[in-house]
Design a protein around this ligand. Structure first.
Ligand code: ZN
Length: 86
C-alpha cells in the first residue's frame, strides 16, 4: 500500500489527527489539517513555488542539508494533486 501524503504539502497522512476536514466536519483523506479545513484551503493564495520553499524550510529544520531538501521538494510537490490542477 502506498504511503498517503497530503496532496498539497506532501505531509504523511498516516495519522488521522493530521487529516484536514470537509465542510461537514468529516475527515478529508487527501489533505492535511494545515492545508485544508472545513472544506477549503487554509492558504488559498499559496503557489506551488511557495509550497516548495515551505517544504525546503521544513526539511532544513529536520537537519536535512539544503540541496537535498530542495531536491526532494522539487521531486515531490509538483506531483501533488493541488498543483497539477493549476
Ligand atoms: Zn498539507
Amino acid at each position: 500500500m502506498p504511503i498517503v501524503i497530503c496532496q498539497s504539502c506532501g505531509m504523511p497522512l498516516t495519522n488521522e489527527q493530521n487529516k484536514g476536514t470537509n465542510e461537514n466536519k468529516t475527515l478529508n483523506d487527501e489533505f492535511c489539517k494545515f492545508c485544508f479545513q472545513d472544506g477549503t484551503f487554509v492558504h488559498p493564495e499559496r503557489t506551488m513555488e511557495d509550497q516548495i520553499e515551505i517544504g525546503v524550510e521544513m526539511s532544513k529544520k529536520l537537519w536535512m542539508p539544503e540541496d537535498k531538501a530542495r531536491e526532494i521538494a522539487f521531486e515531490t510537490i509538483p506531483k501533488l494533486k493541488r498543483w497539477q490542477e493549476q
